[in-house]
Design a protein around this ligand. Sequence first.
Ligand SMILES: CC(C)c1ccc(C(=O)O)c(O)c1O
Ligand code: FE2
Length: 280
Amino acid sequence: MIELKDLSYVRFGTSNLEDAESFATKCLGLQVGEQSGKALYLRSDDRAHTLCYFEGDPAEQTVGFEVEDEGKLNTAAATLDQLGHPVHAGTPSECALRKVKAFIGFKDPTGNHVELVVRPERSGRRYFASRDAGITGFSHVGLFTTDPMRDERFWTQVCNARVSDRIGDIALMRVNAIHHTIALAPGPGPGVHHVNHQVESNDDVLRSYYHLSGQRVPIVFGPGRHPTSGARFLYFRGPDGMVFEYSVGVDEIEDEETHRPRQFGFEPSSLCMWGSKRSW
Ligand SMILES: CC(C)c1ccc(C(=O)O)c(O)c1O
Ligand SMILES: [Fe+2]
């Protein structure tokens, strides 16, 4: 079983690096960690980066997860290869671009680009937000799935994810005590469904609602509260149509041994217990 330790980064191609930087700093509140000619590394916590925008096709979307060490990485590569998932071993220059010691890349059953990484760099410089969004860290991603049951099996049987709750066929899966690190959402093809950053308080969620509205950033869901994780949230659309989420107050799963996933109906009240309706 491939043991995912933590979510490490997302990498997005973008048609306009300047617009991406403006959104990431003036709207989202990330810190520019490094900017090379064609890539922008953005920070949200003590890691060297958690979001990389690079000049390229916006359809190029990759999610990186940290694994323990190179031995576990090699075992994961063999497992994936045996299961028929072609594996790419990152070259030294590709590792440098990701600020990791080593990585492998593969596609999940839907075709999502996934990377398993070893020793992602931390920074000795404190994360210093470009705007006071209250970000405390990069917390989870939503991935599209074309076959929820098949992909749940992949993430929970090949990897170590566990389902915490479901909303219809949306699976909210954890790799540690936090309610979820991966959300699987049905869709027509591969891609990142949304990118979540945790913020410090309810006030941060509502302050951002007004700040982003003033910046004419499209708000697509919320302010609201998820009955599943209990988190208060706000979703908004960034460059190339990518949806971002702030949330605060995500529950932890207290008893790993006895927890059983709850099934919520696929209806608005299962996504927001306050009455907000999704517009994406
Ligand atoms: C709308 C999506 C898939 C969703 C649903 C529930 C939660 C939660 O319980 O926190 C999310 O974070 C989501 O992104
Ligand atoms: Fe989310």
